[in-house]
Write a protein that binds this ligand. Structure first.
Ligand SMILES: Cc1cc2nc3c(=O)[nH]c(=O)nc-3n(C[C@H](O)[C@H](O)[C@H](O)COP(=O)(O)OP(=O)(O)OC[C@H]3O[C@@H](n4cnc5c(N)ncnc54)[C@H](O)[C@@H]3O)c2cc1C
Length: 335
């Protein structure tokens, strides 16, 4: 049974994996649920969510609500608002949180309006004192404002991913309650029709949200070699990231650094090129679904983290793969 001190999280999931920053949101949710002495509930909408339960438990989620309809794989504002509004009104958690990313930024104002709940967007921190305090940066970060919402009921907030806790110290737990939601979606009135969707450009997408990542390590060698990886990444629709030495060398910007002091990626596939496997780096790839490591040293630690390990000179292998892909494209084009 849901309780009045519970914290609820809306998590984005696609193709069997959680969206970027989900780990930070769950950690923050767990901290707030502990402070409020409530439970932490996650909501997942869409198919392919079965394999995620273990991850949710690891991050301290104890209750899960999910609805599996295929049509929920793509966000529809009116359907999501009606479905979540009904759930929140029925169970009245203390806090309902989402990331200040594309889903949360569009959905949460609609949800707040639909259920008449207070909402603070882009929070940098939430604290539980006598009342819940929501802090956010205002005036381009020159000032910090703190809001409280009196009157009880559910408070809504989106959390700025930049201020979420670091990806470490996962709390081991299990999801103890699972509730299947079975709202008849066809009965929800809609006026909006989504006519097209386009994937983000891998060159500019936030690396945390990239579907495929080619990660470059020291083993890639000289700066002149980077162009070959750019070409390879373009051919397979991947974003380029790097280990710290590569970022420090200036070939990629800091926001492309993967690891504890960089970013955590949650890609469907990551190809790890000439990376030794330092713990500082591997903390950033925990949530990648499939990892392929290429290293010339068969004893490299990175192989322990990989689903597929290839012992090879990475520059030669990537050059061969690129040639193969290009030839394939030419043959395909001429057919
Ligand atoms: C406080 C702190 C925070 C840190 N945070 C981060 C972080 O966020 N992210 C991060 O990445 N690091 C971080 N580091 C640095 C980290 O400890 C490692 O030094 C770094 O990850 C090593 O990067 P690398 O694997 O690319 O390079 P190296 O350790 O130099 O490894 C290069 C690998 O390439 C292989 N290789 C060489 N030539 C070839 C070839 N021709 N073909 C195939 N393989 C080849 C080698 O066998 C080797 O395994 C941090 C360190 C500290 C102290």
């Amino acid at each position: 049974m849901a309780g009045a001190n519970d914290v609820w999280l809306l998590l984005a999931a696609a193709e069997g994996r959680l969206g970027a920053y989900a780990d930070g949101l769950m950690r923050e949710g767990r901290r707030l649920a502990d402070a409020l002495e409530g439970d932490l509930t996650a909501i997942l909408l869409g198919p392919d969510i079965d394999r995620l339960e273990e991850t949710l438990g690891k991050f301290g989620v104890n209750r899960l609500y999910h609805q599996r309809d295929d049509s929920l794989a793509d966000y529809h504002p009116e359907i999501y608002t009606a479905l979540l509004g009904g759930l929140v009104q029925r169970h009245q958690p203390r806090l309902f949180l989402s990331l200040a990313a594309s889903l949360g930024s569009d959905l949460m104002p609609r949800l707040a309006a639909a259920i008449g709940a207070p909402l603070v967007m882009n929070c940098s921190n939430i604290e539980t004192a006598a009342e819940i305090e929501f802090t956010k940066r205002v005036q381009s970060g020159r000032l910090q404002a703190t809001f409280t919402a009196s009157g009880g009921g559910t408070n809504l907030a989106t959390l700025d991913p930049e201020y979420l806790p670091d990806p470490e110290d996962a709390k081991r737990d299990t999801v103890t309650q699972r509730h299947e939601v079975t709202v008849e979606l066809a009965t929800i009135p809609t006026r909006l029709e989504i006519t097209s969707r386009q994937k983000a450009d891998p060159k500019t997408v936030d690396i945390r949200e990239a579907e495929i990542v080619v990660a470059l390590g020291n083993g890639v060698g000289a700066k002149e070699n980077i162009a070959a990886y750019e070409q390879f990444a373009e051919l397979i629709g991947a974003a380029l990231g790097g280990s710290r030495p590569v970022i420090d060398s200036g070939v990629l910007p800091h926001k492309r650094q993967i690891g504890q002091t960089g970013r955590s990626i949650s890609a469907r596939l990551a190809i790890l090129c000439g990376i030794s496997g330092s713990e500082y780096f591997t903390k950033g790839i925990d949530q990648v679904a499939t990892k392929i490591a290429i290293n010339s040293d068969r004893d490299a630690a990175i192989f322990k983290h990989a689903d597929l390990g290839i012992v090879a000179d990475v520059n030669t292998l990537i050059a061969n793969l690129t040639a193969h892909l290009k030839n394939g494209a030419k043959r395909g084009g001429g057919a």
